[in-house]
Design a protein around this ligand. Structure first.
Ligand code: M6R
Length: 593
C-alpha cells in the first residue's frame, strides 16, 4: 500500500510529483505529502485527505522551486491518519527527506536506540526512523557520503520497503527496494521513481524494473548498485506498452465506469493471447501432479470460477486456495505440483508469501498478472501478462473478466479445444459490448435507486454461479458499504435464510445451465419469506421481482453475468454519495499481510 514517487531532472519537481501522486492515489489516500530540495532548505507540504482534492495547491507557496523532490500518498499502517504521520519525513536538521512504502518490522527497537541518542520523534510511524538513522551516520562518521549513510541504514532495517530519499547538501536522490514495488522511468536528462509506471508514463515509457536489494543513486547520472555484492550493475530500460490515455479518465466521471466500459476490448485482448503460450500452460496443468490456483479477493473469485470451468470442460480438479490460507497446504506440495497465481497487481503480499512457501518445496510457479515487472512476475518461473492496461479504480472489474477469460481459454486448451474457447470468447466480447453500452448502463440506475437505502443484501448462485455470487457481493459491499453476502444457493437453508425478512433484497444468478431449476427453488424459498428477488438470467421468470437480462454464453456465462452487478455497484456508490474509485479503508495493491 502507499504510493511513492521521486523526481530528479531539469523541470520543476513539485508539479510533476503532484501529478504522479494523483495517478498513484489508488495505492492509498489517507494523506499525501511532497518535499522538494530548494533554497535555503528542503520545503515540505503535507495534507490529510486525497491528493485529487488538492488542485488549489498547485501553486503552493510553502514549496520552493527545485528540480529534485519526493512524494507520498499514504494508506495508514502505523499511526493514525494525521499530518504528522504523513510522509515525507525529514531528518532533524531538515536536510534529508524520505518517503517509504512497506513496513519496518524492527522500528520499535530502532526508535528506542535513536531516542537514547536524543532524537525526538514527531510521528507514530515506523518510517520516521529512516531519515534519523541516515542523519545519525552522517553526523557520527566523518567524511561519510549520503549514499554510504543510506546503505548503512538499510543494513539495520528489517521488513519490507521501497524508499526514496533526497539530500539537500549533495543534491542526491537515492532509492531502493526490498519486497515493495518501485520502478524507474528514464527520460531525457531526467529520472522518475514511482511505485507503479502509470505515475510517469506521461513523461517516459522507458522503464527499469528493480530487483530486491538494488540501490540506485541519481546525481547527474544514474548508478545502480547490487547491495549484496557491492557491484555496479548495468540495466537497460524496457519499453512499457501502456499509453497515457489508458491511465486517464477521459470523458468518464470515474475510473470505475471507464474500466467497466473497456471490457469488450480487454476480453478481446485475452482472445489474442499467444496460442502457444496458452497451450504450454494448459499442458503444464495436464502434466502436473496437482494444480493449485492461488489468489486473493476478486482474483480468488476468478480462480474459483475457473475451477468449475475446468471441472465441466476438462473433468479436471483444480485446488483453489485463498492466498492467505495457502501456507496450511505446504505439506501437500511436491516438485511435481504446479501453482498458478492470479493477480492484477502482482504485488499482493499474501500471494507473494504463498509463492515463497511453494518455491521452498520446488513447486513450479506460473503467474497470470497485469502489471509488468511486478514482484509476482519476477518471482515466477513463467508469467502471462493480461494486457488490460492500468486498472486505476480500487475495484477489480476489467481485470476480473480478463482473468476469467484467460482461465477459460486454459480450460479449453487443456482438452485440445483452444479454438473453440476462442470462438466462445469472441461471442462473449460482443455481448459484453452490448452490456456496457452507455444506454444499457443507465438502465441499472432504476434498480440501484430501489436498493440504495437497504442495509443488507444477499446474493446466491449455484455451481459456476456461486463464485459469481461471491464476487457480486464483494463488489457491492466494497464500493457502496451496503452489507452484502454471497452464498451458494444450497447453503441458504443451513442458516442464512434466517436473515430474510420482508423486503430483503436478494440477487439470484439463474443462468441457462444445470443449476437453474434448483436456484429458482432457492429464490422461491426466499420470496416466500418476503424477500425481493432480483434475477440475473437469460430469461425472465415469474419469481423475479426485478429482471436483469444477460446473454446465455454457456461455460463463459460468469463473464457476462457479473457485468450488470459491476454497474449496479457503481450506481449504488454514486447514489449513496460514495467515491467509487476510492472506497474507504481500501487500497489497490494490498502489500501487507
Ligand atoms: O492485485 P490482486 O489481483 O492480487 O488483488 C487482489 C485483491 O486485493 C483485489 O481483487 C481486491 O479484492 C479488490 N478490491 C476487489 O475489487
Amino acid at each position: 500500500m502507499c504510493g511513492i514517487v521521486g523526481y530528479k531532472g531539469k523541470r520543476e519537481a513539485y508539479k510533476i510529483i503532484l501529478d504522479s501522486l494523483k495517478t498513484l492515489e489508488y495505492r492509498g489516500y489517507d494523506s499525501w505529502g511532497v518535499a522538494v530540495i530548494g533554497n535555503p532548505s528542503i520545503s515540505v507540504v503535507k495534507e490529510v485527505g486525497m491528493i485529487s482534492d488538492a488542485d488549489s495547491l498547485i501553486n503552493n507557496t510553502k514549496i520552493t522551486k527545485g528540480t529534485t523532490g519526493v512524494g507520498h500518498t499514504r494508506w495508514a499502517t502505523h499511526g493514525n491518519v494525521t499530518e504528522a504521520n504523513s510522509h515525507p519525513h525529514l531528518s532533524t536538521d531538515g536536510k534529508i527527506a524520505v518517503v517509504h512504502n512497506g513496513i519496518i518490522e524492527n522500528y520499535q527497537s530502532l526508535r528506542g536506540e535513536l531516542k537514547k541518542k536524543g532524537y525526538v520523534f514527531k510521528s507514530d510511524t515506523d518510517s520516521e526512523v529512516i531519515p534519523y538513522l541516515i542523519e545519525d551516520f552522517l553526523k557520527s562518521e566523518t567524511g561519510i557520503s549520503f549514499e554510504d549513510a543510506f546503505r548503512k541504514t538499510l543494513y539495520l532495517l528489517e521488513g519490507t520497503y521501497a524508499i526514496v530519499a533526497i539530500d539537500k547538501d549533495s543534491e542526491t536522490m537515492l532509492c531502493v527496494r526490498k519486497d515493495s514495488p518501485i520502478v524507474i522511468g528514464v527520460g531525457d536528462g531526467e529520472y522518475f521513481i514511482a511505485s507503479d509506471a502509470p505515475a510517469f508514463i506521461e513523461h517516459t515509457k522507458n522503464v527499469i524494473f528493480l530487483e530486491n536489494d538494488e540501490l540506485v543513486a541519481f546525481n547527474g547520472d544514474m548508478k545502480i548498485i547490487d547491495l549484496v555484492t557491492g557491484k555496479k550493475l548495468s540495466k537497460k530500460p524496457q519499453v512499457i506498452d501502456w499509453d497515457v490515455e489508458q491511465a486517464k479518465k477521459g470523458e468518464f466521471k470515474h475510473y470505475m465506469l471507464k474500466e467497466i466500459s473497456e471490457q469488450k476490448e480487454t476480453i478481446n485482448k485475452a482472445i489474442h493471447q499467444d496460442n502457444k503460450v496458452i497451450q504450454d500452460i494448459a499442458d503444464a496443468i495436464n502434466e502436473s501432479y496437482g494444480t493449485f490456483f492461488i489468489a486473493s479477493g476478486s482474483s480468488y473469485h476468478a480462480a474459483l470460477s475457473a475451477s468449475y470451468t475446468f471441472s465441466r470442460i476438462a473433468k479436471k480438479h483444480i485446488n483453489v486456495v485463498d492466498a492467505s490460507e495457502f501456507p496450511n497446504y505446504e505439506h501437500f506440495l511436491t516438485p511435481q505440483t504446479l501453482m498458478i497465481t492470479v493477480s492484477q497487481s502482482g504485488e499482493t503480499a499474501d500471494v507473494l508469501d504463498a509463492v515463497k512457501v511453494a518455491k521452498k518445496k520446488g513447486v513450479k510457479i506460473i503467474s497470470i498478472v497485469n502489471v509488468m515487472g511486478s514482484s509476482l512476475m519476477r518471482n515466477s518461473n513463467y508469467s502471462l501478462l493480461m494486457n488490460v492496461g492500468p486498472e486505476i479504480c480500487v475495484l477489480s472489474t476489467k481485470s476480473y473478466t480478463s482473468q476469467l477469460s484467460i482461465l477459460t481459454l486454459l480450460a479449453y486448451a487443456s482438452v485440445g479445444k483452444l479454438d473453440e474457447g476462442k470462438a466462445l470468447l469472441k461471442c462473449v466480447a460482443n455481448h459484453v459490448g452490448e452490456l456496457t453500452d452507455p444506454k444499457v448502463l443507465l438502465d441499472t440506475v432504476e434498480v440501484a435507486s430501489y436498493l440504495k437505502d437497504k442495509e443488507h443484501l444477499y446474493v446466491i448462485g449455484r455451481g459456476q454461479s456461486y463464485p459469481t455470487a461471491l464476487e457480486a457481493a464483494l463488489k457491492i459491499k466494497e464500493v457502496s458499504y451496503i452489507h452484502a453476502e454471497g452464498f451458494a444457493g444450497g447453503s441458504l437453508k443451513h442458516g442464512p435464510i434466517a436473515l430474510i425478512e420482508k423486503g430483503t433484497p436478494c440477487i439470484v444468478f439463474a443462468p441457462n445451465d444445470e443449476t437453474k431449476k434448483e436456484v429458482l427453488s432457492n429464490a422461491m424459498e426466499i420470496k416466500s419469506r418476503g424477500g425481493y428477488i432480483i434475477g440475473v438470467s437469460d430469461m425472465d421468470n415469474e419469481i423475479f421481482d426485478y429482471f436483469i437480462k444477460v446473454p446465455d454464453v454457456g461455460h463463459a456465462s460468469p463473464i457476462c453475468d457479473i457485468i450488470p452487478i459491476q454497474v449496479l455497484s457503481y450506481y449504488l456508490a454514486i447514489l449513496r454519495g460514495c467515491n467509487p474509485d476510492r472506497p474507504r479503508n481500501l487500497a489497490k495493491s494490498v502489500t501487507v499481510k
